[in-house]
Design a protein around this ligand. Sequence first.
Ligand code: NAP
Length: 288
Amino acid sequence: MTLIDGKATSQQIKAEIAEEVKKMVASGLKAPHLAAVLVGHDGGSESYVAHKIKDCESVGFKSSLIRYEDDVTESELLKKVEELNTDPELDGFIVQLPLPDHINEQKIIEAINPAKDVDGFHPENVGRMVVGLPGFVSATPFGIVELLKRYKVETSGKHCVVIGRSNIVGRPLSILMSQKEMNATVTVVHSRTENLKALCASADILVAALGRPGFVTADMVKEGATVIDVGTTRIKSDQTKSGWKLKGDVDFDSVAEKCAFITPVPGGVGPMTRVALLKNTLLAAKRN
Ligand code: NAP
């Protein structure tokens, strides 16, 4: 069994990005600049955004944080998005999700200039990805494909089962895996799927992206399969300083024994998601 080390791979990619940034700056170009808009004080969102800012610093990007309280209105937020859309200093920006209930998330996403949408959530970027045109691919599917490529996991002709059909993970990943570059035969399963266990057990590559800790057990995994665990559920723990730890969708201990490749949680897909945002921002800066 090979453990797919997302942390080490992301560090390697970060070093590659930092090298490119150095060259850009040495040739007189400005360093890529990413802005993050954060609404409210949700613990998860605070920590995701803090990591994104730290990641920018570590590769030599410029970063800006724009904060709003929970009671910001939708029109105030839309006005800021409009401003960021045309700010020549900025290569890309993200609006950290989820947003408070009184704000229509989809409306905000669709207001973002697709050329600066480094999260890849705008329907124009999703559409470009579907038809195989260059654009911004959302971070988690992008990171997973990069991991599979760097670990030389054979995907061509293989059966890939993706558990989950969300717009940010399952669905875009299923499309990327079925495209000509990866050439997998893809099955997407979800909460209404019949015979889910049997479908999973027929997968050469099984991706768990449902948010149910320990859902994938050894009996659902084929001998020699590659298992990618996207799930990150925070569960209480008295073994950590923070009082919680992350648990994946895969019962790692029992499943690992049967796998050719497997990602851990934490340290698998998560760090790759973070580095994918940097890759998209670098791409945006190059296009500018
Ligand atoms: P989501 O929007 O809640 O979607 C979950 C999907 O799983 C849905 O399609 C749902 O089916 C399906 N599902 C739920 N319970 C199921 C069950 N018992 N059997 C089969 N399918 C089931 O979640 P998400 O945003 O895609 O995230 C999934 C997980 O990945 C979460 O733990 C999240 O925290 C994690 N995540 C991690 C990263 C990272 O960087 N590591 C990034 C993004 C997300 P229906 O469509 O039928 O409801």
